[in-house]
Structure formats: structure tokens, C-alpha cells
Design a protein around this ligand. Structure first.
Ligand code: AHR
Length: 631
């Protein structure tokens, strides 16, 4: 994480000479003077496994620790179930597992049980399992037994009421590891989130289990796909790309723990899972192909970050022969994403169920390599750059910090800022030289409020985004980070995250809504704008879509009073009388949304009548506004 030095606050009106302060703010928009093209990929998404973003987040799996984890806290989500006089012991068994990748299993030894008093094991999901009425859930597990034919009954049971919402029985277990599938269909049950998944047997026997899984319906009905509510929230942001798979998650704490994409593809049983730097083990259910299908479902493209030989605990691979296998992995990865089915890795992708290649234009080499104190990035970047350029000359290559030996196409810059700083940094790129690499602001956020940002943060974000838009000839892409947080206790590793959720519902923070508003009104060209802000915390950017004769005027009023702003649309000719104003505001900067109160700060759209090219619009206190006009 890069932190900029906090600079002095913008002067408030009280600090200004009274004659100046008395002037009302005004905004002159030179509608006929485009200054730059808006990057069509300006707004996108940045993602990684943090704050239970995938497991317990967008990846819709309901069973926690399905691959029977190793290390601290292993098996803490699996508990014994014994009805009546039944007896059972549950343990991790390192002696048997379903594959070479998963060499461990959950051993369920039942010593006393009957059909009326069965015994087995239960899973508590990610802070509960959501159950909805009249819903079909698809499940599977790997198992073997010492008592062939022992039936396994699977049910979803409410912790508070004891009501079983759905049940199914799987027969045919043998002494060999095999995968079984089952379906749970709920009837007219209430919506609830405090449920367990329970697997029991009706007689004494030992059953070994692994990859116990249960999925609700998913976005676009993808098998093992993503949560519908979270995907819908992302779609509403109108993103153009997904930066994946990190962030620190790409790098891992140690070289051995980096995101090793080849271990995240194919059947789950061939995915060994891996420790993430954010304190828990990743199931790798969200593997490379799942990321790409996520992009496909949102009709966006990946910005693929490849591991570049640096991990967070100051471990690095020296440029030269030692780095070659990592460079080859990156080339293979690009081939997996883009190659036709007659390439080795394109064929592998087809085998995994996706013959069609994915679009790819941007590849990022590493993540935040300025933290590599060995100074090896210049050499590592150059080695990756040359190899990728040779094989894929059309790709744009992104460096994570400035390098000297070659010139990157794009530089990724990160900003995590308090609101005070975001307001100031709204002008960060206004005078930035245009003769170097393009800029990708691959991570940024105004950090006020947790687990999700409050209105003050959203005001800072919106001020900052006016700067991104004004300079979108230079800033070709930008993505807020982190995107997600599971709001349950222990779910958050990083405060101030765009979208919060539990197992049942989700909500957008005020910052999320600011992104929705900006993303929905991107425009194609920046137009020359003169804002006389009277020294107040007022920010603006204006874009147009000439083909549709649309003008998008974004105004941020971060002051505590309503601001009438005289707007002059110079060169617009005729202006449509009917316009709309979308406003996001709240009573105080601390106003926020939460899982229990998700709609305190949400955008409201009003019709407005525009008198002509010169008019005054009043923007309410603490507000982010988009005026959508025709000209
Ligand atoms: O967004 C959280 C973390 O911040 C990312 O993983 C890392 O790239 C940055 O330091």
C-alpha cells in the first residue's frame, strides 16, 4: 500500500478575503471544446482474496473449509452431530484423501447410530448458511467408507428453530474414493441465515469425506458460479475490466504461496488450495478460469496480473535463469487466457470447459514492487517484458513501479487516502507530464469508515474521480480497492471496502454509489471546464457523448451548505429543457450504510428543467451530483 503525505487542507471560506468569499461559485463548460477522449476503460474492478471476498463472498460456495484444511483453525467449521444415543468421533485424517492434491480427509467414525438416532458431521458455512424458500441447491462430496452401501443423509437445518429446510440421501458409498452429487430443494420455508449443512449415517461405520460442497442458484446459472446479488451490484457499476488476482494475494507471503495459476484450474480435486497473505487458506474454487468467466458474465475484460518473482516477506527471485520458470508460467497463463484450442494451454482451457479464448489487452507484471527492498524489479520487469513482448506484441504491459531498463506501456499507481487528502489530490494529475507511460490507478480509496466507507469517504472519492475523468487521456484505467468485505466479526482484514455482505444479503457503501453514478455517466470526451469554486470544497468534471448529444456534469459539494452554482454551457447551442439530476447526499459526513441499514445514503434521481445554456443549479450539502443534459 502506498500512502501519500497528507497535505494541508483546502482553505475554507472563512480563511478567505471576504470579497472573494462572497463570490458565488460558477462553472463554465466549453461544450464545443473537447480536450481529450475519455478512456473507454476508465472504470473497472480490482479483486483479490481478502476480507472473505471469494470464499464466503462472491464465490457462491456455502460450505466452509470444504477441502479439509491444514494448519491453524483447521476443522473448526466441522462439528460432530449425534442424535439420541448415537456416538461419533470426527477428526482430520492425513492418511487418506481423494487425490494427490488433496491428501487429507475428514474421518467420521460412528460407533453407535440408528435411523431414528443417526450421527455424523455438520458445517457452519461462512457465518451461517443462507436458506431461501422454493430454491434448488446443488451439492456434491467425495467419500469412501469401511462399510459399503452405508447411506449418507444430507440436510439443511435451522440453528434456531431446528426446522429442516431440505434433505436428500446419497447411496452407493464404497471403499474407494468417488464423487457423489445431491440436490436439496427447499419448500415454503422462511428466509434465514443461521443454518447448518448436516451429513449423517444411520448405522455404525466410518466415512471419510472431502470437498463437501453446496451451491445456491448462481449468476447466469454458472455451475459453481458467483453470488447473484454481488454480481448484480458489480454490473450496476458499469465496469470495463477486472484486475485479477491481486494485490498482495498475487504475491503471497512467501514465494511458495504465490497465486500459482496452474494449481487453480481443472477439477477441484486437483487443486491443492493455498495460504493467502490475508490470514486464511484459499479454497482456489475461484481459479483462473472462474475469474475469466466472471469477466465474461459482466462483459468486461481481465487485466491479468502475473506473478513476477517477489513475495511480501521480502523474498524475491533473481533476474536471469532462476526467473525463467516464472516467465514461462506467465507466457503459459497468457496462452491459457487467449490461445486457440490448438495451443497447449488453449487446449487445456477447452478441456476445462471453455474452448473460446478470452479477450486480453493488458498484462500487469507483479504488484507494488516498490516494496521489494532488494531492488530487483527493474531486472525482473525487463525479463518478463521482453519475453511477453516477443510472443504477444499486441499486449500492453504494466509496471507496478517506475523502471529504467525498458519503458513500460503503463504504470500502476496506488492511492489510499484520508478524505482530506483525496480532496487535495483531486488535482494530482492535472499537470502530470504526458510524455511517459499511461497511468493505471490500479488501487485507490478514500479511507474513512469501516467496514465500509461513509459519506465523507464518498465525497473524497468523487472529488478524486473528477480528477481521474478530467485526465482520462492519461489515466486509462482506475479501480477502487478493496472491493468486498464480509461484515461478520473476523471477516475484515482491511477496513474501508466498497461492498459489504453476510451470507444472506449485501449492500453498497456511499462510495459504491458514487462509483455507480460515475460509471453510468462516463461520456466519450472530456470538455474544457472552468470551475470558480470560491475556495470551497467543490469539484467538477464534465464529459460529453457527442454522438448522442449528451452532457454529463458532475459536481461534488463537500461543504456543509447548499451551493447555488451558476452554470454556463458555452457553445452548446440549444440545451434540452428536460434533464435529470442524480444526487447522493446525507445529513452528515458520517452518514453511512450497513448490513442492517443498507439504504441510508443512496442516489436519488430528480427531473430538472433547464432554462437555457445559462442557469443556476443548487447542490445540497455533502452531495455528489450528476446532471444528465441533452444539447
Ligand atoms: O487493497 C489491499 C492491499 O493494498 C492490496 O492487496 C495491496 O496491493 C495493497 O497494498
Amino acid at each position: 500500500m502506498k500512502k501519500l503525505t497528507v497535505v494541508a487542507a483546502t482553505l475554507g471560506a472563512l480563511a478567505l478575503p471576504s470579497a472573494f468569499a462572497a463570490q458565488a461559485p460558477s462553472l463554465t463548460v466549453h461544450v464545443d471544446q473537447p480536450t481529450a477522449k475519455v478512456s473507454p476503460m476508465l472504470y473497472g474492478l480490482m479483486t483479490e482474496e481478502i476480507n472473505y471476498s471469494y470464499d464466503g463472498g462472491i464465490y457462491a460456495e456455502l460450505v466452509r473449509d470444504r477441502a479439509i484444511g491444514h494448519g491453524f483453525g483447521a476443522l473448526s467449521h466441522w462439528a460432530m452431530v449425534a442424535r439420541g444415543n448415537a456416538q461419533v468421533n470426527v477428526s482430520g485424517d492425513d492418511a487418506t484423501g481423494p487425490s494427490g492434491a488433496l491428501t487429507r480427509s475428514l474421518k467420521v467414525s460412528v460407533t453407535a447410530a440408528t435411523a431414528a438416532a443417526p450421527a455424523g458431521v455438520e458445517n457452519d458455512g461462512y457465518w451461517g448458511i443462507a436458506v431461501r424458500p422454493n430454491t434448488v441447491y446443488s451439492g456434491s462430496f467425495y467419500a469412501k467408507t469401511d462399510s459399503s452401501g452405508v447411506p449418507v443423509t444430507i440436510s439443511l437445518q435451522n440453528d434456531e428453530t431446528g426446522v429442516v429446510a431440505a434433505t436428500a440421501t446419497v447411496n452407493g458409498l464404497t471403499g474407494e474414493w468417488k464423487q457423489y452429487t445431491y440436490t436439496l430443494k427447499t419448500g415454503d420455508v422462511p428466509v434465514s441465515k443461521n443454518n447448518h449443512l448436516i451429513l449423517t449415517i444411520p448405522r455404525p461405520a466410518t466415512v471419510w469425506l472431502n470437498l463437501v460442497s453446496l451451491f445456491p442458484p448462481t449468476y447466469h446459472n454458472r455451475v459453481h458460479g458467483n453470488r447473484i446479488d454481488l454480481m448484480e451490484k458489480l454490473a450496476a457499476m458499469h465496469p470495463r475490466f477486472l484486475r485479477l488476482p491481486g494485490g498482495n494475494y498475487l504475491e503471497g507471503d512467501h514465494i511458495a504461496d504465490h497465486f500459482d495459476w496452474k494449481k487453480t484450474i481443472g477439477p477441484w480435486v486437483d487443486r491443492p488450495t493455498h495460504p493467502s497473505p490475508w490470514g486464511y487458506r484459499s479454497s482456489d474454487g475461484m481459479g483462473l478460469l472462474e475469474y475469466l468467466e466472471w469477466c465474461e458474465d459482466l462483459k468486461i475484460e481481465p487485466v491479468l496480473a502475473v506473478y513476477a518473482g517477489y513475495s511480501l516477506m521480502q523474498e524475491h527471485v533473481d533476474p536471469g535463469p532462476a526467473l525463467e520458470p516464472y516467465v514461462q508460467d506467465a507466457l503459459d497463463e497468457i496462452e491459457y487466457v487467449t490461445g486457440s484450442t490448438d495451443t497447449r494451454w488453449g487446449a487445456e482451457r477447452a478441456k476445462d470447459g471453455h474452448p473460446a479464448p478470452f479477450p486480453l489487452h493488458y498484462v500487469e507484471i507483479g504488484n507494488e514492487d516498490e516494496f521489494d527492498r532488494s531492488g530487483s524489479y527493474d531486472g525482473r520487469f525487463a525479463q518478463f517484458y521482453r519475453a511477453i513482448r516477443q510472443h504477444y506484441p499486441g499486449l500492453q504491459l504494466i509496471a507496478t513501479t517506475p523502471v529504467k531498463s525498458v519503458t513500460p506501456d503503463v504504470l500502476d499507481e496506488h492511492f489510499y487516502m484520508p478524505a482530506e487528502q483525496s480532496f487535495h489530490e483531486a488535482h494530482h494529475y492535472d499537470h502530470h507530464p504526458r510524455n511517459g507511460p499511461k497511468i493505471f490507478v490500479g488501487e485507490w480509496a478514500t479511507r474513512e469508515g469501516d467496514p465500509t466507507p461513509n459519506l465523507e469517504a464518498a465525497l473524497g472519492d468523487a472529488a478524486w474521480m473528477t480528477g481521474l475523468e478530467r485526465n482520462s487521456d492519461l489515466i486509462i484505467m482506475a479501480s477502487y480497492a478493496p472491493l468486498f468485505v464480509n461484515v461478520n466479526p473476523g471477516g475484515m482484514q482491511w477496513a474501508t471496502d466498497l461492498i459489504g455482505y453476510d451470507t444472506l444479503t449485501s449492500y453498497g457503501s456511499p462510495s459504491y454509489w458514487a462509483q455507480v453514478m460515475f460509471g453510468a455517466h462516463l461520456g466519450t470526451e472530456v470538455v474544457q471546464t472552468d470551475l470558480a469554486d470560491a475556495g470551497l470544497r467543490i469539484y467538477a468534471s464534465v464529459t460529453r457523448n457527442a454522438a448522442h448529444r449528451k452532457l454529463f456534469v458532475k459536481v461534488v459539494n463537500a461543504t456543509s451548505v447548499a451551493q447555488p452554482i451558476a452554470i454556463d454551457l458555452e457553445g452548446a447551442g440549444k440545451v434540452g429543457a428536460q434533464a435529470s439530476l442524480t444526487t447522493l447526499s446525507g445529513k452528515t459526513p458520517n452518514a453511512t450504510n450497513s448490513i442492517t441499514d443498507p439504504r441510508v445514503v443512496v442516489p436519488v434521481q430528480y427531473p430538472v428543467t433547464i432554462a437555457g445554456p445559462k442557469f443556476t443549479e443548487t447542490f445540497v450539502p455533502y452531495s455528489i451530483n450528476v446532471l444528465d443534459l441533452s444539447y
